[in-house]
Design a protein around this ligand. Structure first.
Ligand code: NAD
Ligand code: GLY
Length: 365
């Protein structure tokens, strides 16, 4: 089990683009030492949002300096509003003014917004320079820092401009979760539960039986949970890096979840919209005759046990949710695809969902 002296390592196997995910409490202080051994870049620029830069920037910079690595730090205003092309242009200009060149690398220190911005910038600056991820939210630790999806939002939609570009290493410090607001933690836990439903019934059982330890951020339980999520994501990405098929299962709960998130004008954060989307998808699967009602009840009960909302708020306009379904990235030629559970630990991808069933699961409480 991970502690400050023994990181757990999960390998992402993508041939010459393979990389390690190293998970341990306190690993932030050892990023410099590990990067020195890897010799990925001559010097680094740490990219972070202003809030995380204040919380953890100095520690990371100290770790880099302690290992003899030259590094600078650039920050941007925190929040999804910064995940746009203007931030990319500003950061690229700052890097160029400060003389960063092809021999240099980036370090993303922060949540999924920072990781997506930094990964995208790394993929296009000087036609591509190495980058590493140091994720500090649970969502970023179990999902966005692994697998190489990068990108930014444009006014027409979220994540519509981006690249597939793998990091060279991921360093996950479980201690960073101690400062994470409860709402953000819950959002990450929704993605954690997702992995149990899509791929691992034993992990789902673990989340049921170890709820108190996980919610209390017990170091062993949290390391184990993060490592298992990263393993599952790594295996999926190894098989389907560019989301031609299998990787789509990672979107469980996201079809309705994204529509709910958008209809709420993003007042409902991503993970909590996904929790509602997962409950709704499980109910859709029961209605379609592919999932036992008892399994759907277990999925709902686990989400609720972790304190997540599972009912779509009545004030959200149903028509608007339905129209967002049509404009979702997962909708192809007007066909709306859903990832639906067939059992706990196994899902299928289908567009054979009746509109009246969608209406019913949106309204069920
Ligand atoms: P975020 O990066 O905005 O972080 C959420 C908030 O938490 C921010 O205000 C941040 O300053 C703060 N924060 C971060 N770490 C903290 C810490 N340790 N303590 C206290 N506060 C901390 O958002 P997020 O939820 O991490 O990520 C959401 C983004 O991730 C979205 O843009 C989404 O599109 C993207 N995403 C990408 C992928 C992918 O595969 N690339 C997957 C899922 C989500
Ligand atoms: N978060 C979904 C993916 O990385 O594919």
């Amino acid at each position: 089990m991970a502690d400050s002296t023994s990181p757990v390592t999960v390998q992402v196997g993508l041939g010459e683009r393979s990389y390690p995910i190293r998970i341990a409490a306190g690993i932030l202080d050892r990023v410099g030492e590990d990067l020195r051994k890897r010799s990925l870049a001559r010097r680094y620029c740490v990219i972070s949002d202003d809030y995380v830069a204040d919380l953890y920037g100095e520690r990371l910079m100290r770790s880099l300096a302690g290992a003899g690595i030259t590094a600078g730090l650039l920050s941007f205003a925190r929040g999804e509003e910064s995940k746009n092309l203007q931030t990319i242009a500003e950061l690229a200009s700052a890097l160029a003014r400060q003389g960063y060149d092809r021999g240099d690398g980036l370090i993303a220190l922060g949540g999924g917004v920072t990781g997506d911005i930094t990964g995208f910038l790394a993929s296009i600056y000087m036609r591509g320079i190495p980058f590493v991820q140091v994720p500090t939210t649970l969502l970023a630790q179990v999902d966005s820092s692994v697998g190489g999806k990068t990108g930014v939002d444009i006014p027409e939609g979220k994540n519509l401009v981006g690249t597939f570009y793998q990091p060279r290493a991921v360093y996950i410090d479980t201690d960073c979760l101690a400062t994470l607001p409860g709402r953000e933690l819950l959002g990450g836990l929704a993605e954690v539960i997702k992995y149990g439903v899509i791929r691992d019934a034993g992990f789902f059982d673990y989340l049921e039986s170890q709820r108190e330890a996980v919610l209390a951020l017990d170091s062993d339980a949290v390391s184990r949970v993060i490592a298992r999520c990263c393993e599952i994501k790594a295996r999926v990405v190894e098989e389907d890096e560019r989301e031609g098929g299998l990787r789509r299962i990672l979107n469980f709960g996201h079809t309705l979840g994204h529509a709910i998130e958008a209809a709420s004008r993003f007042r409902i954060i991503h993970g909590l919209a996904i929790a509602m989307g997962m409950r709704a998808a499980a109910d859709l699967a029961v209605r379609g005759g592919m999932l036992a009602a008892g399994d759907a009840a277990r999925i709902r009960a686990l989400l609720e046990a972790y304190g997540m909302p599972v009912v779509v708020p009545p004030e959200l306009d149903r028509q608007e949710i339905r129209s967002y379904l049509q404009t979702d990235k997962k909708t192809v030629a007007g066909r709306v695809f859903f990832v639906l559970p067939e059992a706990i630990g196994r899902v299928c991808i289908t567009d054979a969902v009746r509109p009246e069933d969608i209406d019913a699961v949106l309204d069920s409480d």
